[in-house]
Design a protein around this ligand. Sequence first.
Ligand code: UDP
Ligand code: MG
Length: 309
Amino acid sequence: MALLSVVVPCYNEEETVEDFYTELMKNASFFASRDLEVEVIYINDGSKDRTAEVVKNLHEKDERVHLVNFSRNFGKESAMFAGFESARGDYVVTMDADLQDPPALLPEMFSWMDQGFDCVATRRVSRKGEPPIRSFFARGFYRLMQKISKTEIVDGARDYRLMTRQVVDAILSMKEYNRFTKGIYGWVGFQTKWLEFENVERMKGETKWSFWKLLLYALDGIMAFSTAPLAIASVLGMLFCVVAFVMILVIIIRTLAFGDPTSGWPSMVCIYLLVSGVQLFCVGIVGQYLAKTYMETKNRPIYIVKDRF
Ligand code: UDP
Ligand code: MG
C-alpha cells in the first residue's frame, strides 16, 4: 500500500479546517480503489484562533489526522517546509485549508502520475473574485520574473501540487532560510504536468495576504531567484560614467571655443540630486542582497515546533 501525505498550512483557519477534512474524505472511495492510505498533516502556523483545538478534535475521531503546532507565525513557506519534513508519504500533496484548491482534482492528478509525471501542479486560469489591481500587479510580477530569472515561475501557479517522494526529497535538500517555494519547484525540475482550473473563491474566513504583504513577498521572490537587480545597479553606474564623460568633453570644448563663463548652478544641483539618488538606490539593492545573505548565514531554523501529534 502506498501512502499519500496531505500537507495543509493553516493560519487562523478554525472555520475551514473541518470542512477541508470532509471535502478531502469525499475521495475515500478513490483512495480505496487505488490502495492509497492517507495522512492529513495540518500545520498550525501560530494561529490566534481555535485552529489547533479543532484539529485536535479531528484527531480524536480519526488518527490519520496530525498536527504540527508552531511556536508562532512563521509564514506559509515555513509551514509547507515543516509539512514536507513531517510527511512520510510516497506521495505528498499541499493544499490550502480554505478549499481554494479543490480536493476533487486528486483523481485526475493521480491519473497523470500514472503516466509517468513526477509532479502534477495546478494553475488558475482566471482571477475571478480578485481585486483587479491585485491581478494587474500579479501578472506584472510573473512577466518580470520570466525575464529576469532562469528559473521557471509559472503565472497563476498555485501551491496545490502532487509530488513523488523523490521530488519532496529534492525540495527538502534546499535548506535556504528565505524560501520562495514557487521558485524552488521550478529549480528542482522534474517532469511536471500543469492542470488548469478556474479560480475558486475562499469558502470561509478571509485571505491572510494584504497587498503590502504580497508586494514584499514578490520582492523576496525576485531576490531569491534572480540577481538581475544587482546587474541593473552596475549598468546604471556605467551609464552615468559614460554620460559624465561626454558632458565633460562637451564643456571643455565649448569653453575653449566660445569662452563660456561658468554658470548654471541650478542644473548642477539637479544633476547632483539625480546622481546621488541613483547611488543610494543602487546601494539599497546591494544592501537588500546583503541582508538576505546575513539572514542565511545566521543559519536559523526555518520554523520551531511547540508540540505535535
Ligand atoms: N497561511 C499560513 N501562514 C500564513 C498565511 C497563510 O499558513 O502566514 C495559509 C492559510 O491558512 C491558507 C494558505 O496559507 O491555508 C493560503 O492563504 P490564503 O488563503 O489566505 O491566501 P490566498 O489564497 O488568498 O492567496
Ligand atoms: Mg486562499
